[in-house]
Design a protein around this ligand. Structure first.
Ligand SMILES: [Mn+2]
Length: 430
């Protein structure tokens, strides 16, 4: 593979920036010491932070109107892994990949695992796909998959999910994410409770096929592709199903899959309280499931989500180990740059949440001092933690300024001949 980002290349790039970084880091250390915060301890927590890259995210996304491909797009799982390796090498925050089947299927899944190993990458949740038809499949998902009225279609969708578990076992994954597009476009089209009963009957079979140490992540979405009613439309239906299925079933929160204005951080708190939080698909949105880059629209919401997560960490919530994944569609940027940026934004809001004076916050909550409670959060949110993130990256072998380093490497330009454009490669929007 072509990868210009050798240790020497990154170190040479860092050498131009390390003096300024050291000064900024020391200044921040002094500021935080005044607040009784040990900057070195926070930096170590930043180093431990990881968020998974979605294999479909390294290709240029699109909308239902058009897709404008970039240059040297990855054409198969091996090339997707190469791009993921670049992202991790520079950001040092994305050590795992979340694959999507059948897009990432290969005759020899062991070879896929070996290639990931050679790039220093591991695997996060496996994603099944019963929201579109594949050329090889016998029956159509036009009117649904796991909830279809025809038992033969449901059986086909169940078998695909079980195949995904088998591929995941080879890779070394330990979770399966199930999102279905099933629903209705017209009032009266679907019997709500019968459709949900069929969902539970189908997912029980998949659930029973999970190895003991696996989890099943259920993903809800309010609308699209079904525009009147979606079978698993919100966190309420999601957690009800997860409770019906059992301990291994958890509710996944995709930040774009909620009604406008919904208090997502409160949903996160509820899921934590009842030990049903699977994890996240991070992205950002202005209107709906926009799949914009994390932190690009509403960074305060992302911070408030991490406030709940760090609170749970602080109070050692039982069984608390959420999976962090990005799930975005990059329509007008180089996906590698967007994913580097987004990983940093998610990490940034985790680190900001670590700065919250939690005991002071509890005190203000107890005395009903609304203004100071809010200010306690704002003090942490308004702290520029960039020097902590950059220092953590540099010490781990990554780039102080990963976007600038990436651009200096001319990675995609050098791959234009090796990666001619193909048709649909399963990259882009989900
Ligand atoms: Mn998602």
């Amino acid at each position: 593979m072509t990868n210009p980002f050798s240790t020497d290349f990154i170190a040479a790039h860092n050498a131009q920036l390390s003096g300024a970084l050291a000064a900024d880091y020391e200044a921040l250390a002094t500021t935080l010491a005044r607040r009784n915060i040990d900057v070195a301890a926070i930096k170590e927590k930043a180093k431990e932070f990881a968020v998974a890259i979605p294999s479909w995210g390294v290709g240029t996304g699109g909308t239902r109107f058009a897709r404008f491909p970039g240059i040297a797009e990855p054409r198969n799982i091996f090339e997707k892994l190469e791009d993921c390796a670049v992202i991790h090498q520079l950001s040092q925050a994305t050590p795992t990949v979340s694959p999507h089947f059948p897009w990432d299927s290969h005759d020899d899944m062991l070879a896929v695992r070996d290639y990931a190993d050679s790039l220093g990458l591991g695997w996060d949740a496996i994603n099944s796909n019963t929201f579109q038809d594949q050329a090889s499949q016998a029956l159509s998902y036009r009117f649904g998959s796991l909830t279809h009225t025809d038992a033969a279609v449901r059986e086909q969708a169940i078998e695909h999910n079980i195949d995904c578990i088998e591929w995941g076992k080879v890779l070394g994954s330990r979770s399966l994410t199930v999102w279905i597009g099933d629903g209705a476009n017209f009032p009266g089209q679907q019997h709500f409770s019968r459709a949900l009963e069929r969902y539970l009957d189908s997912t029980r079979v998949v659930y029973d096929a999970l190895p003991d140490d696996w989890l099943m992540f259920l993903e809800h979405k309010m609308f699209e592709p079904a525009f009147y009613a979606t079978v698993i439309q919100d966190w309420g239906t999601n957690i009800l199903c997860a409770m019906e299925l059992g301990d291994k079933a958890r509710s996944l929160v995709d930040l774009g899959h909620h009604a406008p204005g919904e208090n997502i951080e409160m949903i996160v708190s509820r899921l934590i309280q009842f030990r049903k939080l699977a994890g996240f698909h991070f992205n950002d949105s202005k209107y709906g499931d926009d799949d914009l880059d994390s932190g690009s629209i509403n960074p305060y919401q992302l911070f408030l989500v991490f406030n709940e997560l760090v609170d749970a960490e602080h109070n050692r919530a039982e069984g608390f180990a959420p999976a962090y994944l990005l799930d975005q569609s990059h329509n007008v940027t180089d996906p590698i740059e967007s994913l580097i940026n987004s990983a940093e934004e998610v990490q940034r809001n985790y680190v900001r949440a670590l700065l919250i004076d939690r005991e002071a916050l509890y005190g203000f909550q107890g005395s009903n001092d609304a203004l100071m409670a809010s200010n306690t959060l704002k003090l942490a949110f308004n702290t520029d933690v960039s020097p902590i993130l950059a220092m953590a990256r540099m010490e781990a072998g990554g780039a102080i300024d990963p976007i600038a380093c990436y651009r200096a490497g001319n990675y995609k330009a050098a791959l234009v001949d090796a990666r001619p454009a193909l048709g649909n490669t399963g990259s882009g929007i989900v």
